[in-house]
Design a protein around this ligand. Sequence first.
Ligand SMILES: [Zn+2]
Length: 396
Amino acid sequence: MRFRIFTLTCATLFLAMPVFPYGALGHETVGAIADMKLAGTPTGAQVTKLLNGITLSRASVLADEIKGWDRLPKGQPKPILLKDHPQLQEQLVAFWEANPPTKAKGSDAPTHKEFHYTDVPAVDGGKYVKGNLGTEPYDIVQMIPFCVRVLSGAEPETNARKITKPIALILLAHYVGDIHQPLHVGNAYFSSAGNLVNPTKGGKSFPDHGGNGFNIILSDAQTSKKDSKADSKSGGKSSGKKSSKSKGTNLHSFWDSDAVEAALKHVDTQIEKQPNHKGKATDEEVIAWFANSEPTDWKPAAKSQPTEWAQAWANEIIPMSTQAHERLEFSNVTIKNESASGDATEKKMPDGISYLEWSGLRTEEELHKAGWRLAAIIEASLESKKPTAPKTKSTQ
Ligand SMILES: [Zn+2]
């Protein structure tokens, strides 16, 4: 797959960026769709102003990039992520410091890492209910509305989380992508014997934390190139099907990266199949493909507030998370540090669709919706800031 650069307008910045943890392609796609949808609109102008010219596509990966700061020795200055935007860099550092990666004794400050997900049990029609198992006061379903409130002015920029308006945009550009990745919302829970269980039915159970501890083993040998790299690194000991436990082959990364690549490849194919289309699909064509056609069922419920959308999106994706687990067979499950790990092997399904193909198709729909929803939530958040027109007599 070719290397995509959606941040075409700030290519120099892009080149200066450090290596991504993972999932950058998905986030950039979502950001680029929103950039295209907002281009030339009053909201787009506000975004450009708040982000000092940085695109949403570029902004979308910053919440992951600051995780690179977590490992720096205390007191060491943070590497510059936004070279020509010192004020934004400063605000990012302040945000990181207010939500440090490890909790200081006696501090109730959350860590920025926990803002990216929630761990709702993805079984038996599980739903996000604030305060229930798997949810946290500062999980993704709470943080998205927090950012919305900052943008609309309902929450002051001087808040304890140090989320200013530009930071709120940067975080929204990322979290709206994350909440459309099924394993960022729904979790599998295992018994101490290693069996999949419904944790709400009692008994001790352990989450898989978004699949990070599970090796994914695909049946059609379509494991990613990262798998083969991992295999060759292990001295060729691996039989080829069973991947070594390396980063990049786990179930979570599969959804962050492999499924995204499969989705974009599918879009490439559709573009290239069009009559009169010559050559390979370009990045801009891919983004236009998403931005110019309305996804199905993406719209928020009528009269709902943008602060309510994250919960609706979470509940919408939980069934996909359930299926993402149901299409796998879990084995060699061990429980360590209160979380489950092991192997996740693709099952042969009655629909005959491979795990890679299925996840690619689902991810294509989710990227599409996420891009449109990112544009919509930013628009709705910034719009509510405008003074409301004086009330006239209701026509109802
Ligand atoms: Zn994330």
